[in-house]
Design a binder for this molecule. Structure first.
Ligand code: ADP
Ligand code: MG
Ligand code: MG
Length: 923
């Protein structure tokens, strides 16, 4: 599922906070009763809590026990050692499990075999390790054979165990085993692992033991008690393997929560043709369609399905093969969906036609599917609209706004091949064959599609940066499919016609050869792949908003709109947009923004034909000349404001007076020097040379060592009051005109970068005076507010004084973060990644608010500001206004609104509703 780590800002940022330690460390489940339940994910992990819950519900779950995540923390705190008291607790649970299973670990008569499974609070598909068939050794395997009268099965289980244990615990690369396995298959001239008989599998076991001896320098451990301890510790170690850490970084999952270990009695899908194993979803996780979805393999163990060793069969076909087990599976999973009130992703194994459930969890899904499922569940009365709001990850809504192919263009190009449509969306880009190349190429600004025979968990960094993922093998639940859906990346898997030569960096398909760097495009909804770059077209939702598509014709638009209108009813905070020009304001309004939180007037200065006027204003060395230039700008700004007000249909619009250092409007010094030199050489027109020289001189005068801390923001208005005057006049004139036309707008004039109340007092006096004059001249009185951006720490720390002048505050969290950390926004990229790798910072504080530091300054500003002026209007207009976890924080602090960039407005609407439903102001 696309859900991210918990949005609990207060807790998350304090990653060092120790978990409260409980005395119990091992939780049993079996015979219809479990120590744990669904509410205990923190302690038992998702898998452990699901197994407990299913056991309590009376479902057929093999018995076992969960070693809690606290033990993982202890393991890391104590240099990879488990205290003996916990070891004893585990042993007691092994005895209990032996009783429940009616078998004994290591017995030669009736050996108990177990799986040792990782499982953290948040599912991390394939990132950590699991070992199956533990407990087998040279004697027990014979016992298993005698008891089941199935030597093939016994030795198949043993070879699987040695390979998994060898790989996970002893860290012997898989190829070493696969090489031997292939050798035996070749020698017997068979293709499939199921075609190997007992004798062949005995040989595989012998060869595997040889691999272990050679690679680890010791023989394969025969004592089941030792095996269990070693496997448990290996699972704990897998929590910190590089791919798991990378995965957590991408999904914002804290490192300190640890994994649980589940030890569970084995059930066997590999006893023959009346057995099998599979995975599935209660609904289609790519499209959200209400259909039973999944795959299974006959005569196989769990890992075979995901690993793509044999091509699994669609789950529907199970109905023919084993009708009774199929019916029971449908009943159970339907019940699970009702019980959890969400789509379930489940694992099962059938042993001799008996069904066992091995896992259930909420299914990862695309943003598209999330919206379809949430609205369907409400329609089916399984959940309320409020529950539905919480079922969709706000971030995933942006997938619905991503462009698709232009259908006419698409039809023109022949289809090269088709694969399984694992994750919808249009992808177009240059082919790369390795995750590392994907990263390198995107760093060079290219857009890439990652093409692999199949992806492995180590590819995660490359998948993350690619436009799409295309694989040749694997089914709808293969790694590429699961991860692609979760990331919302268009993905096609199992495109079997692709002959991929990863070494040679090319693939062949239907007579074409496609090399690394060539363009391809594919449609993750239909599964079609084309060898060309194809232009894309706005998403259906954008087409409806732009008026080019009828809302009634777009199912997804109606669902999107429905979900967001439920969200709007549940939220407390307003959602505004940051928009500078009328056309952006229109988009923002269409996306549901009701108000503008930040209109940056300087962006208007870059409009066509305006820069020369602005430059004349800057170059003026006396007030009269400057005023002449400003007089020219006035009507242009007035038009812009008029357009923005109108687009926002009378909702609040906050306009910020000029902010950036003036040199940003002038040509670069180096360029001017070259120009001047060129003109001097060519004896061109002396007027032009004269102008350039003057410009150069002024640029040199304006040069600042540290422009971000220099002559900008309110400091400009104070040194050049006539700029504030002009901007006020333009704002008030535009508002007066709209009033006369019948639209009652209330402009909010915002002074940036205020650190001292007297700065604001100075500017406010100008605004009030000019507003008064302007209204008089227009013969109309309107309401307007004057406020400030709180973005300098001093402004927040003296907010009680600032609020004596300000009628509203808007927290400018970009500059506030910059000034609180002392990190230059433009240079932070050089070291941020290293800070994150070293765990100095969990997240980029410019993307997600730093609650402990910047957040506490915001809290102070809110508290002091409201102390002076209880009705002070409070908002936030930094990038954080569109970030769900920051939005949770702003809800707690009690802000009145958040303001996000226009395309993030839907995300902010949903996140604000989730925040209102899950936290309280003042928490
Ligand atoms: P992952 O989290 O990577 O899916 P799992 O712990 O769920 O890892 O296990 C990997 C595979 O082994 C799954 O297909 C699972 O169903 C199967 N498996 C795990 N435990 C057992 C068991 N006790 N009996 C049979 N199969 C099992
Ligand atoms: Mg699993
Ligand atoms: Mg700023």
């Amino acid at each position: 599922m696309v859900k991210k780590a918990p949005k609990r800002p207060g807790l998350k940022s304090r990653s060092a906070t120790p978990k409260p330690k409980s005395r119990k460390h091992v939780y049993f489940f079996g015979s219809g009763k479990a120590d744990g339940n669904r509410t205990m994910k923190d302690l038992l992990g998702g898998k452990g809590s699901g197994l407990a819950e299913m056991t309590n519900a009376g479902l057929p779950v093999p018995p076992g026990f969960t070693i809690s995540t606290e033990v993982c923390t202890i393991y890391y705190e104590r240099d990879s050692k488990i205290p003996s008291a916990i070891d004893r607790e585990i042993e007691e649970n092994v005895r209990k499990l032996e009783k429940a299973a009616g078998a004994e670990l290591g017995s030669t008569e009736n050996p108990l075999l177990v799986s040792v499974r990782s499982g953290a609070k948040f599912s991390m598909p394939g990132m950590m390790d699991t070992i199956l068939n533990l407990g087998l050794n040279d004697q027990a395997v014979e016992g298993l054979k005698r008891r089941t009268k199935n030597g093939r099965f016994a030795f198949d289980s043993y070879r699987r165990f040695i390979q998994m244990f060898g790989n996970v615990v002893l860290e012997i690369p898989k190829d070493n085993f696969e090489h031997e396995f292939d050798g035996v298959k070749k020698a017997r001239n068979v293709k499939l692992d199921t075609e190997l008989d007992e004798a062949a599998l005995r040989e595989v076991v012998d060869r595997y033991k040889g691999v272990v001896q050679k690679r680890s320098g010791r023989s394969f451990p025969q004592n089941p008690g030792d095996q269990l301890k070693m496997a448990r510790d290996a699972v704990f170690r897998s929590w910190m393997n590089p791919r798991a850490r990378e995965y957590r970084r991408i999904y914002d999952i804290p490192d300190h929560i640890g994994t649980a270990v589940n030890v569970q009695m084995m059930v066997f899908g590999n006893t023959g043709d009346r057995s099998g194993t599979g995975v599935g979803f209660t609904r289609n996780p790519a499209t959200g369609a209400k259909e039973f979805y999944g795959e299974f393999l006959i005569n196989a163990q769990g890992e075979d399905v995901v690993a793509g060793i044999r091509t699994p069969q669609p789950i529907r076909e199970l109905e023919q093969v084993m009708p009774k087990a199929y019916k029971q599976l449908r009943e159970i999973t339907t019940r699970l969906e009702k019980h959890y009130k969400d789509v379930q992703d489940f694992e099962f194994t059938i042993q001799d036609e008996r069904l066992y459930m091995l896992q259930t969890r909420s299914g990862k899904r695309t943003g598209f599917a999330a919206v379809v499922i949430a609205t369907d569940l409400v329609a089916e009365r399984l959940v309320t609209p409020k529950d539905a709001i919480l079922l969709v990850d706000p971030e995933s809504l942006s997938q619905l706004l991503a462009p698709g192919f232009d259908p006419d263009e698409w039809k023109k190009i022949p289809t090269a091949t088709k694969g399984l449509p694992a994750s919808p969306g249009a992808a177009s880009g240059q082919v790369v064959f390795s995750a590392d190349h994907a990263v390198q190429w995107t760093q060079q600004g290219k857009t890439v599609i990652l093409v692999r025979r199949e992806t492995v968990p180590d590819d995660i960094h490359g998948m993350f940066v690619s436009q799409g993922i295309l694989t040749a093998t694997g089914g709808m639940t293969s790694h590429a499919a699961v991860v692609g859906r979760q990331m919302g990346k268009p993905s096609i898997v199992g495109a079997g016609a692709l002959e991929i030569d990863e070494q040679g960096k090319l693939f062949r398909v239907g007579g074409h050869t496609v090399k690394e760097g060539d363009y391809i495009s594919f449609d993750g909804l239909s599964g079609e792949v084309k060898i060309a770059q194809v232009a894309s077209k706005p998403s259906e939702i954008l087409q409806v908003l732009a008026g080019t598509l009828d809302a009634r014709k777009s199912d997804i638009y109606r669902r999107f709109d429905q979900l967001l209108s439920w969200a709007d009813k549940s939220r407390r905070m307003g959602v505004r947009a940051n928009a500078d020009l009328p056309d952006q304001a229109e988009i923002a309004y269409a996306f549901g923004a009701r108000g503008i939180g930040l209109c940056r007037t300087e962006h208007m200065f870059f409009g066509e034909g305006r820069i020369p006027i602005v430059q004349r204003m800057i170059l003026a060395d006396n007030e009269a000349d400057r005023r002449r230039a400003l007089d020219e700008l006035l009507p242009l700004q007035r038009e812009d404001f008029y357009g923005v007000f109108k687009a926002m249909k009378g909702t609040a619009v906050t306009i910020r007076t000029i902010d950036p250092p003036l040199h940003e409007f002038l040509p670069k010094r180096e360029e001017l020097m070259v120009e001047v030199a060129r003109l001097e050489m060519s004896n061109g027109s002396s007027k032009e040379l004269e102008d350039k020289r003057r410009l150069l001189q002024r640029v040199e005068q304006l040069h600042e060592f540290n422009p971000m801390l220099g002559h900008r923001g309110v400091r400009l208005g104070i040194t050049y009051p006539e700029i504030t005057e002009m901007q006020t006049r333009a704002i008030i004139q535009a508002a007066c005109r709209l009033h006369k036309e019948g639209l009652k707008v209330v402009p909010e004039i915002m002074i940036p970068l205020v650190g001292h109340v007297k700065e604001l007092r100075d500017q406010k006096a100008i605004v009030d005076r000019v507003a008064e004059e302007t209204m008089k001249a227009a013969g109309i009185r309107i309401k307007y507010l004057v406020g400030t951006m709180i973005e300098v720490p001093r402004g927040a720390l003296t907010a009680d004084q600032v609020a004596e002048e300000a009628q509203f505050f808007s927290f400018g969290t970009n500059d506030l973060t910059q000034l609180t950390f002392g990190f230059s926004r433009d240079d932070v990229g050089k070291f941020l990644r290293i800070y994150q790798d070293k765990k100095i910072l969990d997240k980029d504080p410019f993307a997600s608010i730093d609650i402990d530091g910047v957040g506490s300054i915001v809290e102070t500003g809110v508290r002091l500001g409201r102390r002076t002026r209880p009705d002070l209007k409070l908002g936030i207009c930094g990038e954080h206004g569109g970030d769900p976890s920051s939005i949770h924080f702003f809800e707690k602090v009690g802000l009145d609104y958040v303001s996000a960039s226009p395309y993030r407005v839907p995300v902010a609407r949903l996140a604000a509703a989730q925040a209102a439903l899950s936290v309280k102001v003042g928490d």
